[in-house]
Design a protein around this ligand. Structure first.
Ligand code: ATP
Ligand code: MG
Length: 233
């Protein structure tokens, strides 16, 4: 609600987020697109509690966000798995923090690894996985703690087109079963049209919303040239 963010450096101030208000409905999938530097990551980091807000307020599940919490899940573009833990232990990490008993933890991690199709790789270490597999493990780890919202900052940006398409479909399957709110930043209009209920387009002038578009296409979606072009225009 009326969120602003000012960055100060070298004596000058940059308004990176300029009075933005968004209301995310239950189990809504929102994509944010916009040119480089328009404030997408800043906005997401503020929702995650990773970046202090200059003014305004952010609430997740009725609680004011003041610092990072496991109930706000964040998946970054760069894979953020612990290299010294195998896949299973990576997914169990947040559950350990929550104090969940080992057996329950292990069961829950297995369920989420199964969901992202990584059961066979539970004993592998991150360096033994492909980029797409690492990102799937990161998604499983984030979802296992049952967050109120899933924030994703260009999570598939570093992947090849085929892997990206596969992960998009997998993410939608998971989103349907988990009924979770998703705020997903992407550079790709095509990706936004494929995934989102609503697309927030930010303007080149930093920190402003240019337009919010409802994507009234049935799911599962087929990408057609005309859908994508319509939004691009
Ligand atoms: P991209 O698409 O390239 O990832 P973005 O939309 O995510 O861009 P942000 O990273 O949110 O953009 O940055 C928004 C603006 O705020 C940019 O002008 C950037 O230079 C500035 N900015 C971001 N982080 C900081 C910081 N820690 N200190 C000062 N300025 C910052
Ligand atoms: Mg960014």
């Amino acid at each position: 609600q009326n969120v602003c963010k000012d960055y100060s450096s070298n004596g000058s101030t940059l308004r990176a987020i300029d009075n933005i208000s968004i209301d995310i409905k239950d189990s809504e999938f929102i994509c944010i697109v916009g040119p480089s530097g328009c404030g997408k990551s800043t906005l997401l980091r503020m929702v995650a509690g990773l970046e202090p807000i200059s003014s305004g307020e952010i609430h997740v599940a009725g609680k004011k966000v003041t610092s990072p919490t496991p109930s706000i899940g964040f998946v970054f573009q760069e894979y953020t798995l612990f290299p010294w833990r195998n896949v299973q232990k990576n997914v169990e990490f947040g559950l350990e923090l929550k104090g969940m008993p080992p057996e329950e933890r292990s069961e829950r991690a297995k369920k989420y690894l199964d969901m992202v199709g990584l059961s066979k790789f539970k004993d592998s270490y991150p360096h033994q996985l492909s980029g797409g597999m690492k990102q799937r493990a990161a998604i499983a780890r984030t979802l296992a703690v049952d967050p109120d919202i899933l924030l994703m900052d260009e999570p598939f940006g570093a992947l090849d087109a085929q892997t990206r398409n596969l992960l998009q479909m997998q993410l939608l399957d998971i989103w349907k079963t988990e009924r979770i709110k998703v705020l997903f930043v992407t550079h790709s209009v095509d990706e936004a049209v494929f995934l989102a209920d609503r697309v927030i387009i930010m303007s080149a002038r930093p920190g402003r919303i240019k337009e919010i578009i409802d994507i009234d296409l049935p799911r599962p979606r087929v990408r057609t040239e005309s859908d994508v072009n319509q939004l691009r225009n």
